[in-house]
Design a protein around this ligand. Structure first.
Ligand code: AMP
Length: 428
């Protein structure tokens, strides 16, 4: 379906066309008309699906700019997401008189107060600062809100905001529409939905629609000591228009950036320990393509849209399948080609097969291909040994199995030079 086939206001259609949007994405096709029809909505959708515009376009269409009141309230978990959301709505509303604004912590309350006084139609807010305004500062009026959007609800739950969301939802006692977005639906989220949503339309994207097929999953089996050299070779050899290199901790990210800074010109780093202005500045520079490589912890892994990213590199293996999906979802967006490269050491081989199975990954291996089967057997034997020691009783049968020669630790050595020749092969 094309945007031109919808009954959008001409100034919105013009803006959307300027943004380069012609066809609706699957989430937009499934939700847009329901939102315009004032229905409550419960959508399981990830960033990268076009869900911001799926809300933003109908919201801008429904706002009456002649009424000076907050008519749409959008709750998001982080400041970065608030800025991203308001940026998209800014573009959609460019040729209209609709005024969007983002409000979050770490920014002057006085300026935010003045902006609210000036008139805001669509408010994007993080829960903490909004509650400050409702409870302590007491200078915000939500009685004109006709649509409430809760975005990344499951992420808010993880960050401990769920009570805040509950509180904010309970404050909107007048008739309004609620749009609820979450990638997963844990029990607490389900409770909120049952309490506050009225016969919501349920929309769920299937896996193919959520994770684009244009993402290639590459893997490099390496020893911990050699990862840096292999990474440097990879970064020099690959054609990377923009890449994010993920580490599991601030400490690792800082260590890695020190190693890379002298070798690559256009590089920056981001982690949760940096103050807000620095985080915002690096995100903005990266988004505007002013830097091409960004070393990051998982603060950059969730929710944010960096459309130019051609490569995501898991220098440290992500802990958990969800993290893998979140990180690699920063590339291969909206049908654009993307490459995810993951460094795997002996430690991680155990869980790799389940990552491949769950995410339906057809891996492209660089260098030596490890035998996952042998590894899971070896790990099982190791676990069995531990277990047997603890319980001080005879080991189970599997412990006594002899090495079958496929053990990568003893068998074929991985290539220390970091042979980057690609091999797509079935994993044994
Ligand atoms: P989101 O899931 O909202 O973060 O959007 C992911 C990316 O898709 C962003 O870069 C949007 O600008 C882009 N996008 C959203 N809707 C469309 C569309 N209909 N056509 C092309 N790109 C889109």
């Amino acid at each position: 379906m094309k945007f031109s086939e919808l009954d959008l206001k001409p100034e919105i259609l013009k803006a959307v066309t300027n943004m380069g949007y012609e066809d609706l994405t699957p989430i937009q096709e499934k939700t847009l008309s329901h939102v315009l029809n004032n229905r409550d909505l419960l959508a399981r959708a990830e960033t990268g699906s076009g869900k911001t515009a799926a809300c933003g376009i109908p919201l801008v269409q429904m706002i009456d700019p002649s009424i000076n009141a907050i008519q749409a309230l959008i709750l998001v978990p982080t400041r970065e997401l608030a800025l991203q959301y308001v940026g998209e709505i800014d573009k959609i509303s460019r040729f209209t008189d609709v005024a969007p604004f983002a409000m979050f912590g770490g920014f002057s309350v006085d300026i935010q107060k003045a902006k609210l006084r000036d008139g805001v139609h669509i408010l994007v807010a993080t829960p903490g600062r909004l509650i400050d305004f409702l409870y302590r500062i007491r200078s915000i009026d939500l009685s004109g809100v006709r649509t409430l959007v809760v975005d990344e609800a499951d992420e808010m739950l993880k960050m401990g905001f769920i009570e805040d969301i509950d509180f904010i939802m309970s404050c909107l006692i007048h008739e309004h529409q609620t749009l609820f977005f979450a990638a997963t639906m844990p029990e607490e989220i389900d409770r909120l939905i049952k309490t506050y949503l009225k016969e919501p339309v349920r929309v769920e994207l299937n896996k193919e629609q959520v994770s684009p097929q244009s993402l290639a999953h590459h893997f490099q089996y390496t020893g911990r000591g050699d990862r840096l050299n292999i990474l440097i070779t990879y970064l020099k050899k690959e054609e990377i228009s923009q890449g994010i290199i993920f580490c599991n901790s601030r400490h690792h990210a800082e260590k890695l950036i020190r190693e890379l800074e002298g070798r690559f010109k256009s590089i920056g780093y981001i982690h949760g320990g940096l103050d807000q202005p620095r985080r915002t500045s690096i995100f903005e520079r990266f988004r505007r393509n002013k830097i091409s490589l960004m070393v990051a912890t998982d603060v950059a892994g969730r929710g944010l849209d960096f459309s130019h990213v051609s490569h995501v590199i898991n220098y440290d293996y992500p802990s958990g399948l969800e993290r893998y999906t979140n990180r690699t979802g920063r590339t291969g967006r909206m049908g654009r080609a993307g490459t995810a490269m993951t460094f795997v050491t002996d430690r991680e081989l155990k869980g790799l097969q389940s990552l491949f199975n769950t995410n339906r990954i057809d891996p492209v291996w660089h260098g030596t291909i490890p035998s996952l089967q042998a590894f899971s057997k070896q790990n099982r034997r190791r676990d069995d040994k531990k277990y047997a020691k603890k319980r001080a009783r005879p080991a189970p049968q599997s412990r006594r199995l002899s090495n079958n020669g496929n053990d990568p630790a003893k068998g074929e050595r991985w290539n220390r030079q970091g042979d980057l020749g690609e091999t797509r092969a079935p994993i044994s």
